[in-house]
Design a protein around this ligand. Structure first.
Ligand SMILES: *[C@@H]1O[C@H](CO)[C@@H](O)[C@H](O)[C@H]1NC(C)=O
Ligand SMILES: *[C@@H]1O[C@H](CO)[C@@H](O)[C@H](O)[C@H]1NC(C)=O
Ligand SMILES: *[C@@H]1O[C@H](CO)[C@@H](O)[C@H](O)[C@H]1NC(C)=O
Ligand SMILES: *[C@@H]1O[C@H](CO)[C@@H](O)[C@H](O)[C@H]1NC(C)=O
Ligand SMILES: *[C@@H]1O[C@H](CO)[C@@H](O)[C@H](O)[C@H]1NC(C)=O
Length: 243
């Protein structure tokens, strides 16, 4: 009796076991839900300002979406709260919404890089912020062993440690915010835009003045005589009409 019930119990367990293993054909254990960069940073602590920016700019959603949609992965340089608080005060508040998005995207590379992968990247490295041209969004990486230095041209910093890595997403801690040149470098004076129509008129007037006071006097005199002529014609006409 005991033996029999034991046997049927073990049979049941065996049956249950085989059905559950059959139901999960994947070799690797499935991760608990899609990767969520915000959750990863929350768990790590000391990234509250970054998390706030990731949410307000919606870049967190972009990262999660990209991780789900592509196999290239993502590398994310995550500045700590200390990094943000050592910025000159007003630095973040001085940015418009678009610039905040670009600042965060400048910290993201559109592919997964392990620490050793950095040894083989070619500079400038492309970030999610786009154009790597001088004065725009260039980012250089230099390595020595496992030390990885990154430079935006305005800020040099060193990768301070791995917060998270899973062969799709790598999150590295950095202790300075990478300031992109396009937003923070003093700009050389922009080439003058094509002048608007009303401006062209005033420009023409000032353009003639460098010729000297004499020419200004001459043109004034000319316009005076013109006025005089017009006035005499007018007077003549009035006189003719009144006749
Ligand atoms: C990601 O995690 C954050 C914080 O835990 C949560 O607020 C957010 O809803 C999550 N996003 C998704 C897409 O699950
Ligand atoms: C993730 O990708 C799959 C297909 O690749 C898609 O069906 C699913 O809707 C995506 N999930 C999200 C949250 O975008
Ligand atoms: C990285 O930066 C540190 C500190 O500025 C410096 O001492 C080191 O030589 C740099 N290493 C590389 C590989 O550039
Ligand atoms: C990156 O390196 C190149 C080549 O050494 C250099 O010309 C460029 O100025 C550097 N840019 C930055 C942002 O450090
Ligand atoms: C960053 O490092 C480069 C080379 O190591 C150096 O020429 C440059 O002056 C540094 N820039 C800043 C802002 O510290």
């Amino acid at each position: 009796m005991i033996n029999q019930s034991f046997l049927s119990l073990s049979l049941l367990v065996l049956l249950f076991h085989s059905t559950t293993t059959l139901a999960q054909p994947a070799l690797a254990p499935a991760p608990p839900g899609p990767t969520n960069v915000t959750k990863i940073l929350e768990k790590a602590g000391q990234f509250t300002i970054l998390i706030r920016l990731l949410k307000s700019t919606k870049v967190a959603d972009q990262i999660n979406q990209q991780l789900n949609d592509s196999n290239n992965g993502i590398t994310f340089f995550a500045p700590t709260d200390n990094a943000f608080s050592s910025l000159k005060s007003g630095t973040l508040n001085g940015l418009n919404d678009q610039q905040k998005v670009q600042l965060i995207q400048f910290h993201i590379l559109p592919n997964f890089l392990s620490l050793t992968n950095f040894q083989t990247v070619s500079n400038p490295v492309r970030t999610q912020a786009g154009d790597t041209g001088p004065g725009l969004y260039p980012l250089n990486v230099t390595t020595s062993g496992h030390q990885v230095n990154i430079s935006s041209g305005l800020v040099n910093t060193t990768v301070g440690g791995t917060v998270y890595t899973d062969n799709q997403l790598a999150v590295y801690q950095i202790d300075s915010v990478l300031l992109p040149q396009d937003i923070f470098a003093p700009k050389p004076p922009a080439p003058a835009p094509a002048p608007a129509q009303p401006k062209a008129k005033t420009k023409k007037k000032t353009a003639s003045s460098p010729a000297g006071a004499a020419s200004v006097d001459a043109s004034d005199a000319l316009s005076l005589t013109r006025h005089g002529m017009l006035m005499s014609i007018g007077v003549a006409m009035i006189a003719a009409l009144s006749l």
